[in-house]
Design a protein around this ligand. Structure first.
Ligand SMILES: Nc1ncnc2c1ncn2[C@@H]1O[C@H](COP(=O)(O)OP(=O)(O)O)[C@@H](O)[C@H]1O
Ligand SMILES: [Mg+2]
Length: 226
């Protein structure tokens, strides 16, 4: 599909049933994101940003509408195919890092590879390279509790890159960090984007959004600026 968007959503709705009431969280989302873009997704709390990220990241399915990822009609995939595609194509970073507390930085980065075909030795080598790349060469054996928030997010970024995902999804990755540390993490994400990854970032913060090339604004489940 040359010239086609890496991500293409058409008429995507997401509804939750709350007793008698159907809550419409996403309403008719149309969105194209090209390979290699760096997009910031903004909008007030409760506007549907995380819900949209979950759909983009194949963690959840639309109630209706279509999602093509690299030309594949994702709606037609069963759960196994969806998780296989997610492991191969998507990396996630979250506000609260979600590191495993009793594992070292290196072991945390290796973890998502354990479900794939790579040997343990190869995975550890790749994890080490990634930790060097995010500036943690001196911290390979540290546990999360022995690292600062910014360092923990660096570990999470290295982990997200382990399987060389096409798309990196970051849901408020600097939400728990001070402004200097936030800027460092955003520099790191900008560098990852320059090396060819597609990056989609949710943020409340306009200084953080300024690192992206394009801004999308959600309000009450609708895109109001794209
Ligand atoms: N599993 C769910 N069941 C019911 N409502 C939900 C569920 N997940 C999210 N919502 C609702 O969807 C709306 C959007 O949530 P979310 O996508 O987390 O917003 P944001 O990330 O922009 O703050 C909120 O009103 C939230 O209460
Ligand atoms: Mg959210």
């Amino acid at each position: 599909m040359s010239g086609a968007a890496l991500i293409r959503l058409r008429g995507v709705d997401k509804r939750y049933q709350q007793g008698e009431l159907a809550v419409e969280v996403l309403k008719g989302i149309d969105l194209d994101i090209a390979a290699g873009e760096f997009v910031a997704l903004l909008g007030p709390s409760g506007s549907g940003k995380s819900t949209l990220m979950h759909i983009l990241g194949l963690l959840d399915r639309p109630s209706s509408g279509s999602y093509y990822l690299a030309g594949e009609d994702v709606a037609s995939h069963d759960d196994d195919r969806l998780s296989e595609l997610r492991n191969r194509a998507i990396g996630f970073i979250f506000q609260t890092f979600y590191l495993v507390p009793y594992l070292s930085a290196l072991e945390n980065v290796v973890l998502p590879g354990l479900y794939g075909p790579e040997s343990g030795r190869h995975l550890r080598q790749r994890a080490e390279e990634l930790l060097v790349q995010v500036g943690l060469s001196e911290r390979l054996d540290f546990r999360p509790s022995q690292l600062s928030g910014g360092q923990q997010q660096r570990v999470a970024i290295a982990r997200a890159l382990l399987c060389s995902p096409q798309v990196l999804l970051a849901d408020e990755p600097t939400g728990q960090l001070d402004s200097n540390t936030s800027a460092e993490i955003m520099e790191l994400l900008a560098g990852i984007h320059r090396r060819g990854h597609t990056v989609i970032l949710v943020t409340h913060d306009h200084a953080t959004a300024a690192f992206a090339q394009r801004r999308i604004v959600l309000n009450d489940g609708c895109i109001v600026l794209a």
